[in-house]
Design a protein around this ligand. Structure first.
Ligand code: DP6
Length: 345
C-alpha cells in the first residue's frame, strides 16, 4: 500500500529582508522579516509526498530530476516531521506506522529555480505541508513554520497567505523563531505585484553563503540588524494594518536598498543587481517623483529580478511606464507576471 498527499505552496517576497543568521544549523535569523505571499496562479511549488513499507530509500525529485537529500536541511525536515508522526502513532497504536516508512517526494516549480525568485521558500514550504498532510499532523501553520525554517529560512513565511512576519525569536533552540500572519490578503485586496524577470539564470552567490559572508565581514551589517530593521518592522506592520501604500512603498524600497548595501559592504563585495535592475530602480523612482506620491515600490532579492508592488488602480500606469522605460535597456526581456497576494487555502 502506498500512502500519498499533494499540496502546493506559494512564493513569498520579503519587503523587510531576512539576511544574516545567528545559528546556521537551525536557520535562526539575526533580524525579523516580513513578506507578501504571491498568487499561486503564477508562482508556486506543487509537491506530492508518498510513503510505503515497500520504498527502499527517501528520495526527492524536483522538476523531474533526482536531488541530493543527504544535506542537513532536508534531513532536519524529514526527522522533525517523522517525530511528530511517531508521537501520534505512540498515542494511537491503531495508526499505520508511516513514521517508519521511506518517503518519495515529487516537486514541480512553475517558475525558474534559483534565479532569486524565492524558489527554496515555496519548495520547503510545500515539502513540509505535503508530509504534514500525509502524516495527518494536527500542527498549525505557525508550528509547521518551525520545521520549514530549518529547510530554508524564508520558507517559514510561505506557510501563510497575505502579509507574514517571521519573528526572529530569542531562544537558543529556535522554538520561538516562527512565522505569524500580520494580515490576510483580503485585508488589502487591491495590492498587486509584478515580477520583472531580468534574468532567469542561476544566481552567482547563494543567499545562504552570501548572508554568512555579510555577517562575517560587513561593518554596516550590525547597524542594519540591530537598529534599522527592528524599527522598520514596527513601521511596516503599522503601514500594512492601515493600508498606507506610500509608507509601505517607502519602507520596501529603503529595505531593499539597505540589504543590497550590506551586500556591497561584504568582503569580497556581492552584487545581485545588474544594470537592468538599476534601470528599473531609476524608472520607479522617476515615476514616483513625477506622480508626486509613491505609486510603485521595487524590491530585489538575491538576484537581478525586480518585484514591483503597486495598487490595482495604478496598474496601467505602472506597467506602462516600466515597459516603456525599460524596453530599450539592453538585456531587458520583459516577462512581467502580475500577481495578487492571495489567501492560502
Ligand atoms: C534575500 O531563505 O534563501 O530572499 O535560510 O539560507 O535558505 P536560507 O536563505 P534564504 O534567504 C532569503 C534571502 C532573501 C530575503 C528574504 O527572503 O527575506
Amino acid at each position: 500500500k502506498i500512502y500519498t498527499a499533494s499540496t502546493t505552496a506559494p512564493v513569498n517576497i520579503a519587503v523587510i529582508k531576512y539576511w544574516g543568521k545567528r545559528d546556521t544549523a537551525l536557520n535562526l535569523p539575526t533580524n525579523s522579516s516580513l513578506s507578501v505571499t504571491l498568487s499561486q496562479k503564477d508562482l508556486r511549488t506543487h509537491t506530492t509526498a508518498s510513503c510505503s513499507a515497500s520504498f527502499e530509500s527517501d528520495t526527492l525529485h524536483l522538476n523531474g530530476e533526482l536531488q541530493n537529500i543527504s544535506g542537513p536541511r532536508q534531513t532536519a525536515c524529514f526527522r522533525e516531521l517523522r517525530s511528530l508522526r511517531a508521537a501520534l502513532e505512540a498515542a494511537d497504536p491503531s495508526l499505520p506506522k508511516l513514521s517508519t516508512y521511506k518517503l518519495h517526494i515529487v516537486s514541480e516549480n512553475n517558475f525558474p529555480t534559483a534565479a532569486g525568485l524565492a524558489s527554496s521558500a515555496a519548495g520547503f514550504a510545500a515539502l513540509v505541508r505535503a508530509i504534514a498532510d500525509l502524516y495527518e499532523l494536527p500542527q498549525n501553520p505557525t508550528e509547521l513554520s518551525r520545521i520549514a525554517r530549518q529547510g530554508s529560512g524564508s520558507a517559514c513565511r510561505s506557510l501563510f497567505g497575505g502579509y507574514v512576519a517571521w519573528e526572529q525569536g530569542e531562544k537558543i533552540d529556535g522554538s520561538d523563531s516562527l512565522a505569524v500572519e500580520i494580515a490576510p490578503a483580503s485585508h488589502w485586496p487591491d495590492m498587486k505585484a509584478a515580477i520583472l524577470v531580468v534574468s532567469a539564470a542561476k544566481k552567482g552567490v547563494s543567499s545562504t553563503s552570501g548572508m554568512q559572508a555579510t555577517v562575517a565581514t560587513s561593518s554596516l551589517f550590525p547597524h542594519r540588524a540591530r537598529v534599522v530593521v527592528p524599527q522598520r518592522m514596527e513601521e511596516m506592520i503599522k503601514a500594512i494594518k492601515e493600508r498606507d501604500f506610500e509608507t509601505f512603498a517607502d519602507l520596501t524600497m529603503k529595505d531593499s536598498n539597505s540589504f543590497h548595501s550590506v551586500c556591497l559592504d561584504t568582503s569580497p563585495p556581492i552584487f545581485y543587481m545588474n544594470d537592468v535592475s538599476k534601470a528599473a530602480i531609476r524608472v520607479v523612482e522617476e515615476l514616483n517623483r513625477v506622480s508626486g506620491r509613491k505609486i510603485a515600490a521595487y524590491t530585489f532579492d538575491a538576484g537581478p529580478n525586480a518585484v514591483i508592488y503597486y495598487l490595482e488602480k495604478d496598474e496601467a500606469l505602472v506597467l506602462g511606464v516600466l515597459k516603456g522605460g525599460l524596453e530599450h535597456v539592453p538585456g531587458f526581456a520583459v516577462s512581467g507576471t502580475a500577481a495578487i497576494p492571495e489567501e492560502y487555502d
